[in-house]
Every structure is written in C-alpha cells, then in structure tokens.
Design a protein around this ligand. Structure first.
Ligand code: ADP
Ligand code: MG
Length: 372
C-alpha cells in the first residue's frame, strides 16, 4: 500500500495522521508532496475535497526549523473561514511539537494579534487584507519566509486580491518556494503563478488522474528484443474498444505504426511532428472510433479526454511516476473500468518499483515467452 513515508515524510507524521483516521495519501498528495519536499515551485490543480490542505501542510511542517523563532511559512487564503479551517488542520498535526501556527484575518482583535506575534510564530495562515494591515504597521516580518502558498488561487483572483498578492510579495521581500493550489488552473491563475515562480512543476489530479484503483494494472516482463511481439499478443488478447499505446520517442512511434499497419491493425500515430490540422483530424476520428489504436508520445497525449478508451499500453516505460499517472488516467473515465498494461524490460525495473511504491498499486505480473 502507498503511504506517506514513501512520499518522503517522516514516520511520525503517519502516526499523527492515523490518529485522525488518515492512512492513505490522496492522488494530489501523492504527486505534490515529493515535489514540495524537493523545494520545487508547484502549481497544483485538484478538485475540492481532494486533500489539498495536507498536500502542502505536511511538507511545510516537516521543513520548519522549530529552533528558529521566525515566520518560515505563509499561507494566503481568500476567506477567514478557510484561514480558520487550515489553522485547525495544522494544529492537529503540530500540537505537541512546538511549532506555532497563527491565523490572521479581518474581524479579529488587533491587540491580541500583536500579543501573539510577540511570541514565536513559525507559520502564518492569513487573508490578504489583514495581512496587509500588519505589513503596513511592520508588526509582521516576512523576510525569512521560505515557503509561500496561495491556496484557492482561482478564488483569490475572482475576489479581486490580485493587487494585494503583488504587494505582499513586494513588501514582504521574501525569496520563497511558491506553491499555488487551486480547484481549477485557468490562464489567469497561470499568469499570476508564472509572474513569481521559477520553472514551476504543474501537477493535476483533476480529471486527469482518476483514483487509480478503478483501473486494473498489469505488467508484462519482457526483453527488449521481444517487446513488439509481446505488445501484439496483448493487443490480440485484450482487443480493446479503443486503446492508446505509449512510446518513448517519435521514432519508436513511427516504427511501431508502420509495423502495425503492415499487420492490418487499424491505428494512427500522434506526435509533435504531425501538423496541428492532421492531429485534430486524428483525434476526431479516434473519438468516433474510426480506428482502434492511437500510438503516441507523452508530449502529444497531454489533455486527451476521450471516453471509450478501455486500455492503455505502456509499450515503453514512462520516465516518471507522474507520467505513469497521466498515461493511465486516460482510461477509466466517466466511471468506466479501465486497464493498463506496462511492458517492463530489465532496465525498467527500478522505475517499476518506484511506481509500485509511490502509488501502492498492486500490479499482476507475467513474463512474455517468445513464441517460436
Ligand atoms: P481540498 O482543499 O482539496 O478541497 P481538503 O484538504 O480540505 O480538500 O480535504 C478534504 C477532507 O479530506 C478533509 O476533511 C481532510 O481531513 C480529508 N483528507 C485529507 N487527506 C486525506 C486522506 N489522505 N485520506 C482521507 N481523508 C483525507
Ligand atoms: Mg482547500
């Protein structure tokens, strides 16, 4: 089973989480926590209720230096209700650790906030308006902040906090890792994020990543030499309604396509050397089930959302766990079942271990024997 430790969190967090009934990371937690621990800037999209709060709280809390009496993390949220809610979640995890979390929002008594700020505060969860007050009065020093979170970024923009965010980053004078969490990432959110982020990693567990447990996942161990034979055998055995075959490179996609066409499979390839017009035509035909197999690379397959894709074939091993999740998430849409078959050669076995460890998927393994 996948757990919080395999994501890079200390075991003490899992036992705290277990006490509040949480044992298995959600998809957005699975993909975001390792990136945040690596100090990457992250844009993360996942629907409401998908566990975004712990996705950023856990790595932040793990990185806080308790002995350093300065504000190290700032979470900006659109409403006071959310500030209270996140502060409560954080307190559940930090109660006995000596990490001090303070919420700052309008309507609270300023005097009592000043008093609390005179004690050590490691992390602040704030609404923009009240935080601006404190920055103007110089009652809060953000210069030592190392992680800055914009939660519900889409909501913040709708509510007109754009200028406040700019000012807070400007007045706060911090150089921090920036995390942007949102239920939807549209062009406006991206524009805001890119203004301040360095090469952000974009993670999505929206419609892109189904809960992987509805998808049956299989592995076929095979040598490089007999890989194509193993694939063709799997195609014949599974005979999908629609299937996607993922290749590592364009050249490999080209080669596979010509071989499959020669053997009279109905298939088309989609990769970045193919003109936009042709790509659109191919996608339309695929949606209409005019051919059975789409052969593609990871770049070309971004955002494919077609119902009726019953099978995913990882002809070549994905290069990361995220890519595996993206590929496999093309099937099992709209509550349908789906199946993913991954062809694993000896050099891919480390990546397979990573995938199994991080996702807690139980894959059934078989070995392809060359057919004489
Ligand atoms: P979001 O911010 O994505 O809308 P929240 O972070 O508020 O969602 O989480 C929604 C609910 O799910 C909360 O009650 C939270 O305690 C719970 N939750 C978070 N992570 C997990 C998990 N790994 N397993 C089960 N429940 C979880
Ligand atoms: Mg949330």
């Amino acid at each position: 089973m996948s757990n919080f430790e395999t994501l890079g969190l200390d075991p003490s967090w899992s036992s705290k989480l277990k006490k509040i009934g949480i044992t298995t990371p959600t998809p957005i937690q699975t993909i975001a926590i390792p990136e945040i621990l690596k100090q990457s800037d992250v844009i993360a999209e996942a629907q409401t209720g998908s566990g975004k709060t712990f996705a950023f709280l856990l790595p932040i809390l793990q990185n806080i230096d308790i002995l350093s009496p300065v504000i190290q993390a700032l979470v900006l949220v659109p409403t006071r209700e959310l500030a209270i809610q996140i502060t409560e979640e954080a307190k559940k995890l930090t109660d006995d650790l000596g990490i001090n979390v303070l919420s700052i929002y309008g309507g609270q008594d300023l005097q009592s906030q000043f008093k609390k700020l005179n004690h050590t505060v490691h992390m602040i969860i704030a609404t923009p308006g009240r935080l601006m007050d404190h920055l103007d009065r110089e009652t809060i020093d953000l210069s030592k902040v190392t992680t800055f979170v914009l939660d519900e970024a889409d909501q913040m923009l709708v509510m007109g906090f754009r200028n406040d965010i700019d000012k807070i980053i400007y007045i706060g004078k911090f150089k921090a890792q920036i995390l942007c969490f949102s239920a939807t990432i549209d062009a406006k959110v991206k524009k805001l994020a890119y203004k301040y982020m360095k090469n952000p990693v974009i993670l999505s567990a929206h419609s892109d990543t189904k809960p992987l447990d509805v998808i049956e996942q299989q592995v076929v161990m095979v040598s490089d030499r007999w890989k194509m034979e193993a694939l063709l055998k799997a195609l014949d055995e599974t005979n999908p309604f629609l299937g996607i075959i993922f290749c590592r490179t364009k050249v490999r996609a080209d080669k596979l396509e010509s071989e499959m066409k020669r053997l009279k499979y109905t298939c088309e390839k989609l990769h970045s050397d193919i003109t936009q017009n042709k790509r659109q035509r191919i996608m339309r035909q695929f949606k209409d089930a005019k051919f059975q197999y789409l052969i593609t690379t990871d770049v070309a397959s971004r955002g494919i959302d077609v119902t009726g894709i019953t099978h995913i074939y990882n002809y070549d091993m994905p290069e990361s766990v995220e890519i595996y999740v993206h590929r496999v998430g093309r099937t099992g849409r709209m509550g349908e079942d789906g199946m993913a078959i991954t062809f694993v050669t000896p050099k891919d076995e480390d990546m397979l271990k990573d995938i199994e460890g991080r996702l807690g998927v139980s894959v059934s393994k078989s070995t392809h024997e060359h057919q004489k």
